[in-house]
Design a protein around this ligand. Structure first.
Ligand SMILES: NC(=O)c1ccc[n+]([C@@H]2O[C@H](COP(=O)([O-])OP(=O)(O)OC[C@H]3O[C@@H](n4cnc5c(N)ncnc54)[C@H](OP(=O)(O)O)[C@@H]3O)[C@@H](O)[C@H]2O)c1
Length: 270
């Protein structure tokens, strides 16, 4: 049986992906800070999907120094072989960058550690094993935000642009590597999705979720899983999101950043 490691599986897109992988017969290693929520997911998988699936719960705050390495070492010491890595855990921060106080900057550093550093480190560690085994899969979760600058969420959009660029580049390196013929690397770019993200990023103040079409986490995960199986490089769920990304090719950067800023504006009365 194959094993998938999913970060950020306690809610939203990661939680739905975990269920889909379980339905497809994978054993799971699920990671997040909230161990209780992961235990509930484990119970649901046993009760609703199959008792034969092994679900290993690991509580880990991936924004902490060396957290990714600790996670990798924990997995290695349990002699687990990870066939598929899904770097899904991520958070955002809403607000004007010039008004970030010390407290917000601490959250911003944690966001960069989680959205960028942990993704890079986990990719490096698990990819090395996959190259040795000449087999494996990595799905990094980016965002439609990767394709444009995001006023009022400047550092979050930039973090997703990093994940996008990094994943595309590593995929291309693997295309030219004789030991990587059976290694699949893709990036999933959801648009606005109904998850815990809106609240955890303070996006309730933003009009983004009012102005854009919002998808369910289940739908995003279903499309993400299906297109990843096909080996698609960049997976953008939903026609509106695909049009938005495609449209960025035809308009000036100035217009794109202004439009993104307008969409992110505070709701009236916030
Ligand atoms: N929702 C959207 O509109 C949207 C759009 C585009 C892209 N995305 C991306 O989709 C991914 C999943 O987000 P989501 O929308 O499903 O949001 P979500 O429901 O808030 O899920 C985020 C997951 O990440 C985990 N997480 C957060 N901080 C963590 C940390 N420090 N260490 C380990 N795990 C942590 C959370 O678990 P704990 O709190 O238990 O740690 C949770 O399981 C993110 O990368 C996000 O950037 C979301």
């Amino acid at each position: 049986m194959k094993t998938v490691l999913i970060t950020g599986a306690s809610s939203g897109i990661g939680y739905e992906l975990a269920k889909i992988y379980a339905e497809n017969g994978y054993n799971l290693v699920v990671v997040a800070r909230n161990g209780d929520k992961l235990e509930i997911l484990k119970k649901e998988i046993f009760e609703e999907i199959s008792k034969n699936i092994e679900v290993i719960v690991i509580e880990n705050d991936l924004s902490q120094e060396n957290a990714a390495e600790r996670l990798y070492n924990q997995i290695k010491s349990s002699n687990l072989k990870i066939n598929t890595l899904v770097n899904n855990a991520g958070v955002g921060i809403y607000g004007k960058f010039s008004e970030f106080d010390e407290e917000t900057m601490k959250r911003n550093d944690a966001m960069i550690n989680l959205n960028i550093k942990a993704v890079v480190e986990l990719t490096r560690l698990f990819l090395a094993d996959m190259i040795k085994n000449e087999n494996g899969e990595i799905l990094n979760v980016s965002s439609v935000a990767a394709f444009m600058p995001g006023p009022l969420m400047s550092t979050y959009y930039a973090s997703k642009a990093f994940v996008q660029s990094f994943t595309e580049a590593v995929r291309e390196e693997m295309r030219n590597d004789i030991h990587a013929k059976n290694i699949k690397i893709s990036v999933l770019c959801p648009g606005p999705t109904a998850t815990g993200f809106e609240k955890s990023s303070n996006l309730e103040e933003s009009s983004l979720f009012e102005r854009m079409k919002v998808m369910t986490a289940k739908k995003v995960a279903e499309i993400g899983y299906k297109e990843f199986q096909k080996g698609k490089a960049t997976i953008i769920p939903g026609i509106f999101n695909r049009i938005a990304v495609f449209g960025t090719r035809f308009f000036s950067r100035k217009l794109i950043v202004r439009t993104a800023g307008k969409i992110q504006e505070k709701k009236k009365g916030s």
